[in-house]
Design a protein around this ligand. Structure first.
Ligand SMILES: C=C(O[C@@H]1C=C(C(=O)O)C=C[C@H]1O)C(=O)O
Length: 669
């Protein structure tokens, strides 16, 4: 080992800390097992989502007190809790004491191998692993009994479904007995620390190439070579021992072959997960207390609405659909069969009843198996202001919903077209209905420190979304114009760190697609409210839009602007009143709170209030926030800055962290 005695002693200290961490994880698992036994005695379900949420909040709070990244601690604990649930589930499923043999496609350290190892660790079983050349070879090994289990990738969150695996599931007599997920953390590795410009060849599997396409464009000199999987690519590069060759794969595979990681995290998408199915020769029985899913193949009758009828049987019996995949029906051109995953367990009599009904409604169904669920839907939470008292709630005037007679043609935005309130999901937050959502943050993102500090402060005070401008439409071309894409990266990082979705303004059609990749809510500023090209472009992306009211626009013109977005296909629009131009000069604009009850009558879309722009004066932000709540708006958009007087934009109307905390407390009084 190299280095000074000081380095050696610090590393010894780290070794000691790591040992203690692992011992604590082991102790936690023992307690988890005891909890599992207590649950078994009292017939309590294994998974408790509320408790998990509380555990994550608690550890994040501890992390914060110690100046540790809350995001890091949340991620680590999500893994630990996921493993805890697996362990408790495994204890309820009969497993054999012998070593299980597991087949996977590809070479050692391929992602399938890593996912298989993770799955078996979750089951707490000893296992031996064997790689095979193709998906079909893995299944052949399962059918001959050479393997007890097979693990195959079935879909990933960027490249989509793996059709070949779906087709094999349909053809073979095998059962789905589990699922697993793996977060793809592709890296680029080579035999030495070579500059990227010196690379002539990059070896990777086709999906890896697809997932790192943007990164590879930065290496125009290198030829890409298709290899079956990342583990094999790493092995081939190590064997060739040529510094101009690099491979894409997991850091685990790079390590195992003694390669140097030239670039970690090279996938284009921030987070790509692959889902794997675990297969066996025969189905398993899953205890009713384990959260389960069931997979089946379905062919519908040749009748109009046949698929809808099947889906209604599922939904009507309380079985949530988690995946629907269509594949061509062999020998029947342009006919389809469907793969359906739903939350439920064939051991449950209600599921049996539903399946009986489905059998008669469909032309053919084949149940592939029930198994412990790893991938479940995350339920969005309606925004709530902490501890709202009864009196505060009484003060909220809920505008009666009355249809307004209209002489014009019916529009999509109109209340007459849709009676129910539209609920817009932003990240895991629901905007609309009975919730009250607070979006807060600086007018402009100015630096990493500034946005991180404000993100933390607004989260602690109970905000639900983080705002921050990065492209700024300023009255003067000489004023600060925003940090652009770098600012967006800082905003996204700060939001991730504290667990808040982010909202920022999109100014131009060319920005829409790129911004939709990292912003959870795309804001159209007041000055752009009638930029119809921009509205049409926003109507074509699957991202919610926050549409601010134009400076001198009537409510009808504003709804006309929203109609552009809805008509182009995107129904996820939140309206934001931010003050209009009047003769009054005591405030920057006149905040038109009467727009809220008017909009409740005229549209089903949610409406929030921006009291910062609405008044232009920080002293009036808190009283107008309370008024916004009282008049029945669905939330607020508020400018918060660590030191408002130094803010590069909108200094007069920004409030500081303490004032924001006081405003939030005032809302719940
Ligand atoms: C340990 C428990 O079981 C599961 C695991 C949890 C954990 O690891 O903290 C939390 C909730 C449950 O989903 C429990 O219910 O407390």
């Amino acid at each position: 080992m190299s280095g000074t005695p000081e380095l050696a002693s610090l590393r010894a200290e780290l070794d000691d800390i790591d040992r203690t961490l692992v011992e604590l994880i082991a102790r936690r698992l023992d307690t988890v097992t005891a909890v599992g036994k207590a649950k078994a005695n009292s017939a309590t379900p294994v998974r408790d989502v509320e408790r998990e949420r509380a555990v994550l909040e608690a550890v994040e709070a501890v992390a914060r007190r110690h100046g540790v990244s809350g995001d890091l601690v949340r991620r680590v604990f999500r893994e630990i809790i996921g493993h805890a649930v697996d362990r408790q589930s495994a204890d309820l499923i009969a497993t054999s004491a012998k070593t299980v043999t597991v087949g996977f496609p590809g070479a050692e350290h391929s992602y399938s191998h890593l996912a298989a190892a993770k799955h078996l660790a979750g089951r707490g079983e000893a296992a031996g692993f064997t790689g095979y050349g193709s998906y079909a070879d893995v299944l052949a090994a399962l059918e001959t009994g050479e393997c007890d289990l097979a693990v195959l990738p079935i879909e990933d969150t960027t490249a989509g479904s793996i059709n070949q695996v779906y087709d094999l599931l349909r053809l073979r007599e095998i059962a789905v007995v589990g699922e697993e997920t793996w977060r793809m953390n592709h890296c680029l590795a080579a035999v030495g620390d070579v500059p990227l410009g010196a690379l002539t060849h990059v070896l990777a599997d086709p999906r890896g190439l697809e997932q790192c396409a943007d990164f590879l464009r930065s290496l125009p000199a290198a030829i890409t070579v298709h290899i079956a999987d990342g583990g094999e690519a790493m092995r081939a590069v190590a064997e060739r021992a040529d510094a101009s060759y690099a491979a894409i794969g997991s850091p685990e595979a790079a390590d195992a072959h003694g390669l140097t990681v030239l670039r970690p995290g090279i996938a284009d998408a921030e987070e790509t997960f692959t889902r794997f199915v675990v297969l066996a020769a025969t189905p398993i029985e899953v205890d009713a207390r384990v959260p389960s899913k069931t997979s089946l193949v379905l062919t519908t009758r040749h009748e109009e609405g046949a698929l809808l009828r099947c889906l209604e049987i599922l939904a009507g019996s309380g079985h949530s659909l988690t995946k629907l995949e269509s594949r061509p029906r062999p020998g029947r051109p342009f006919e389809y069969l469907f793969f359906v995953d739903f939350e439920g367990n064939v051991a449950d009599p209600r599921t049996q009843l539903m399946l009986d009904e489905l059998r008669s409604a469909a032309l053919y169904i084949k149940v592939l198996g029930s198994y412990p669920a790893k991938v479940t839907r995350t339920e969005p939470q309606p925004g709530a202001v902490p501890q709202a008292s009864a009196e505060a709630l009484e003060a909220v005037v809920v505008a009666p919903v009355a249809a307004v007679a209209s002489k014009k043609a019916k529009r999509l935005v109109d209340r007459e077209t849709r009676g129910e309130d539209t609920l817009v999901r932003v990240g895991d937050v629901l905007v609309g209905g009975d919730g009250f959502v607070v979006m807060a943050g600086p007018c402009s993102v100015e630096s990493a420190d500034q946005i991180r500090a404000t993100a933390r402060a607004v989260k602690d005070a109970g905000a639900h979304l983080l705002r921050g401008g990065v492209f700024k439409p300023r009255t003067s071309p000489y004023a600060f114009q925003g940090l652009g894409w770098d600012g967006l990266a800082l905003l996204a990082e700060a939001g991730r760190e504290v667990g808040l979705p982010i909202v920022t303004e999109v100014m131009a059609v060319e920005q829409v697609q790129r911004m939709a990749l990292s912003a959870d809510l795309l804001q159209v500023g007041a000055r752009n409210m009638q930029n119809f090209d921009l509205l049409r472009a926003l109507g074509k992306v699957d991202r919610p839009v926050l549409l601010k009211r134009g400076l001198s626009s009537t409510i009808d013109e504003w709804l006309g602007a929203a109609e552009y977005i809805l008509a182009a296909g995107n129904q996820q629009v939140i309206l934001c009143e931010r003050g209009i131009r009047t003769f009054e000069s005591a405030t920057r604009n006149t905040l038109d709170l009467s727009a809220v009850p008017v909009l409740h009558e005229r549209t089903h879309l949610p409406v929030i209030i921006d009291p910062s722009h609405g008044t232009g004066n920080r002293r009036y932000v808190a009283p107008m926030s309370r008024a916004a709540r009282a008049v029945g708006s669905h939330g607020l958009l508020i400018e918060v800055h660590p030191e408002p007087d130094t803010a590069l934009s909108d200094a007069d109307q920004s409030i500081d962290h303490a004032q924001f905390a006081a405003l939030m407390a005032g809302l719940s009084r």
